[in-house]
Design a protein around this ligand. Structure first.
Ligand SMILES: [Mn+2]
Length: 334
């Protein structure tokens, strides 16, 4: 892993600044997954062990994360005190924590700890490591650089964070260091059973939603596409969380190089998620549409209907594919 650090503080600086605070709020993005929740809990539990007043905030919470140690500490409301530091994890922009949280955060010192390549240095202090495969890796390195003692609950949360963002250690972002850190976490007692319960979580309402999703799958020019309407969620009493990993199924289709999933959040307002093989940069496409993310996993919000949105996104992907084709071929030959 390239250890480029964008922003202005080192792992150790981050640890020391947090230690100098008495009260700390830790916040992560709305519609969280296990990297957001696991990173928040690991850092929160660590700071609590030093007697800090810690408030772990997530606007939405994550039902499947109830198996992670300390999950009951997550609060869906903001505190009634102004903390010394407002620490934001796993967010490319401050707005990702939700409007209310963002307004609250700017009233104090913000520390931004992130790993998105499109991350903005919105904090007073910024520790952005775009090559880290998960925010959990960045948290691990803060703990390691400070020589803080890990326990099994912290290790479990970090393992969940890293496993989630690497698709259970299968993505090309996984390198020797990722696996070394995972092995150290297991050594510290990480309970992989709890991680499995969180990452392989299903419900009957999710199965109902999935059947609708699968019935709409289409493959166009090597890109798998599907969508879900707001009414599909209502009919199956499902929530946004329930479809969170559906895009991975599109991506697993044999012969596809990329996947697009449209989720209708409000009438004609869609959250578009994209995944791709390494040769397609969906991150730059997301930026064009006002969103963000990583090179091979990104998203944005857009108004319209699936019939209007899908061709627009496909067009961008295919345009890019044309531009990179000769390079890819040379690489393959080499
Ligand atoms: Mn992440």
């Amino acid at each position: 892993m390239d250890s480029r650090i964008f922003g202005d503080i080192s792992f150790k600086d981050a640890g020391n600044i947090l230690l100098s605070a008495e009260s700390i709020v830790i916040a992560s993005h709305e519609g969280p997954e296990a990297d957001a929740i696991g990173s928040s809990l690991a850092l929160g539990l660590m700071l609590e062990s030093f007697g800090k007043n810690v408030w772990i905030y997530n606007k939405d919470g994550l039902e499947s994360a109830k198996y992670l140690p300390g999950y009951e500490k997550i609060k869906r409301t903001l505190p009634n005190f102004i903390p010394d530091i407002f620490c934001v994890v796993d967010c490319a922009t401050l707005g990702r924590i939700g409007e209310e949280g963002a307004k609250f955060a700017v009233r104090t010192t913000i520390m931004n700890i992130d790993h998105h390549s499109s991350s903005q240095p919105f904090g007073t202090y910024n520790l952005i490591v775009p090559d880290a495969p998960a925010c959990g890796i960045v948290i691990y390195k803060i703990i390691e650089s400070m020589g803080w003692e890990m326990n099994k609950d912290i290790a479990t949360n970090l393992y969940a964070a890293i496993a989630k963002d690497t698709m259970c250690f299968l993505l090309h972002t996984v390198d020797k260091e990722t696996l070394t850190i995972a092995s150290k976490l297991v050594e510290q007692g990480a309970e992989t059973f709890r991680v499995m319960k969180t990452l392989k979580y299903s419900t009957e309402r999710k199965f109902k939603l999935l059947s609708t999703f699968l019935s709409r799958v289409k493959t166009i020019d090597g890109i798998a596409v599907s969508y879900l309407l707001k009414e599909d969620y209502e009919k199956s009493s499902a929530t946004k969380d329930d479809s969170e990993d559906f895009i991975d199924m599109l991506r697993s289709l044999d012969g596809v190089k990329g996947a697009i999933f449209l989720r209708e959040d409000e009438k004609n307002l869609y959250k578009v998620s994209m995944r791709s093989d390494p040769q397609i940069d969906v991150g730059s496409i997301a930026l064009k549409f006002g969103g963000g993310g990583h090179k091979n996993a990104a998203g944005f919000n857009i108004e319209g209907t699936p019939e209007e949105i899908i061709p627009k996104v496909l067009d961008e992907i295919l345009k890019q594919q044309k531009a990179t084709e000769p390079l890819t071929k040379t690489e393959e030959m080499g």
